[in-house]
Design a protein around this ligand. Structure first.
Ligand code: BGC
Ligand code: CA
Length: 325
């Protein structure tokens, strides 16, 4: 009897918590195994609780077809709004078209559709961070280090010989971080020279393998800096360097490595002196803003005061170091 009562109570509570959630959000994340997107997911879940909204987050398993099917399922199940992290941002149009025919708003996150795509639907938005900012700030970290450490110019040629580990091809963050980090080094009065570079798809293991190959072919002593488009790849490079006795505490054998994100594992590596710095990619700020915007849109609120250019919420980046090394 007691057991039946408890079961009935649980069912009633579950039903009521769903029934009373004003807003149902359907969300897709391009790949759950991405360390930065884990922070993003946690922020969205927490903010949904604050907003008393129901959120269902699906893992698109890095496959655009899977994601398109998930969007169909969300729409058929009657969600009020979508929050989408596209697998391939250049294929966002079909998701915008689906949201438009279902007459529900869609908020894109982290992977930016083109302005032309967003313009095709008045209820399509983007919440993210300006990628050129993160590139500039990562480049400034390297430039500042060389200013305070002239000995970092190991071959004394007045130039900075660096290797670059790039994120996924076509990602707006990969394109802009690669470009603006180098621009910032030039703006600070140095001459950057990319002696090797490769795409490591935001992935630590791929970056470690590539960095090992660079060390083998170039010699670690000829690499003066490592610029990675995100922390996971920076950490992969750090692993490869440590395997070659670099960045383990001996000042003679140190190569400054920078990333982007400020994931906990990168901050730990900075505390150990293995990594020079990173740029905070504010997952909390972006995840919170995306859910707030989605809920406001689902409730038919006027959001014109919260967005810029009618479509965007930009969350700032911030440089992170551990003081003077
Ligand atoms: C982050 C990367 C992440 C990527 C996923 C970027 O903004 O810096 O760590 O892998 O987004 O799209
Ligand atoms: Ca040099």
């Amino acid at each position: 009897m007691r057991k039946i009562f408890v079961t009935a109570l649980i069912i009633a509570l579950t039903l009521s918590s769903c029934a009373f959630a004003d807003v149902k959000i359907g969300s897709c994340i391009y790949r759950f195994s991405d360390a930065f997107m884990l922070r993003f997911r946690n922020a969205m879940t927490a903010e949904s609780v604050n907003e008393k909204a129901e959120i269902i987050i699906a893992d698109s398993l890095n496959d655009q077809n899977t994601q398109d099917a998930q969007v169909d399922d969300f729409i058929n199940s009657g969600v009020n709004v979508l929050i989408i992290n596209p697998v391939d941002r250049m294929q966002s149009q079909s998701i915008i078209d689906k949201a438009k025919s279902a007459n529900i708003p869609v908020v894109f996150i982290n992977r930016e559709p083109t302005a032309e795509m967003l313009a095709t639907y008045d209820r399509a938005y983007y919440v993210g961070a300006k990628p050129e900012e993160s590139g500039t700030e990562a480049g400034e970290l390297i430039a500042n280090y060389f200013k305070s450490h002239p000995e970092a110019d190991k071959n004394k040629d007045g130039k900075i010989q660096f290797v670059m580990l790039r994120g996924e091809n076509g990602h707006q963050d990969m394109i802009a971080r690669s470009k603006y980090s180098v621009e910032a080094i030039k703006d600070a009065g140095f001459e950057p020279v990319e002696i090797a570079g490769a795409i490591a798809n935001w992935d630590k293991l791929q970056a470690m393998t590539i960095m090992n190959a660079f060390i083998m072919s170039l010699g670690a002593e000829n690499i003066e800096a490592v610029i990675a488009n995100n922390d996971e790849m920076a950490l992969g490079a750090v692993e490869a360097l440590k395997a070659n006795d670099y960045n383990k505490g001996n000042a003679e054998m140190y190569i400054p490595v920078v990333g982007v994100d400020a994931n906990a594992s990168a901050l730990d590596a900075m505390d150990r002196g293995e990594m020079l710095g990173t740029v905070l990619n504010d997952a909390d700020g972006q995840g919170t803003a995306a859910v707030k915007l989605a809920v406001a849109l689902a409730n038919g609120k006027d959001v014109s005061g919260q967005v810029v250019d009618g479509k965007y919420i930009w969350v700032p980046y911030q440089k992170v170091t551990r003081g003077e090394k």
